[in-house]
Design a protein around this ligand. Structure first.
Ligand SMILES: [Zn+2]
Length: 167
């Protein structure tokens, strides 16, 4: 297993639209393992393949407090949405900055698991927000795209400041 390098904004590769996964082979298995390891190491609750420069429609997620609920989503598709919810989001590609984002409250998702088996599950709260955030990544969209211009500019200034301090 290997921890992967996470692309950080404004890397253009975060804008690439991922392609559907068609082959469930050893390479895919390794990539999923690496995604989980990278997510846990960087203390994220979700990580999309796009963020590690693998442009396949898949992401991993674990929103549990004791990191005991690993979930892998391949070719995910939201098939039902209900309500609206505002919650604070962060992203491993935007280290150190957070913003309130408005999203659908409850969703139902169709996807394949790491074995290629069809799954369907409902999510709400943090998990719902996370699934929507990660599916956005697969479409080249980041959470700042949901903010007003003013809020986005403010957040990017803060991000630049953090990046300068980290040098
Ligand atoms: Zn993210």
């Amino acid at each position: 297993m290997a921890s992967l390098f996470v692309l950080v904004y404004p890397d253009d590769r975060l804008r690439i639209k991922a392609e559907p996964v068609l082959q469930f082979n050893a390479q895919l298995k390794q990539e999923i393992k690496d995604l989980f390891e990278t997510m846990y190491e960087d203390h994220g609750v979700g990580l999309a393949a796009t963020q590690v420069n693998i442009h396949k429609r898949m992401f991993v997620m674990d929103c549990s407090e004791n990191k005991s609920t690993p979930l892998c989503f391949i070719n995910p598709e939201i098939i039902y949405s209900e309500g609206e919810a505002l919650s604070e989001e962060g992203c491993l590609s935007f280290p150190g900055v957070y913003a309130n984002v408005s999203r659908t409250a409850k969703i139902r998702v169709k996807y394949l698991n790491e074995l290629g088996e069809a799954q369907e599950r409902a999510f709400e709260n943090l998990e719902s927000m996370c699934v929507q955030h990660e599916i956005d990544h697969l479409n080249g969209i980041t959470f700042i795209d949901h903010l007003s211009n003013l809020k986005r500019v403010r957040l990017l200034k803060k991000l630049q400041k953090q990046q300068r301090q980290a040098l």
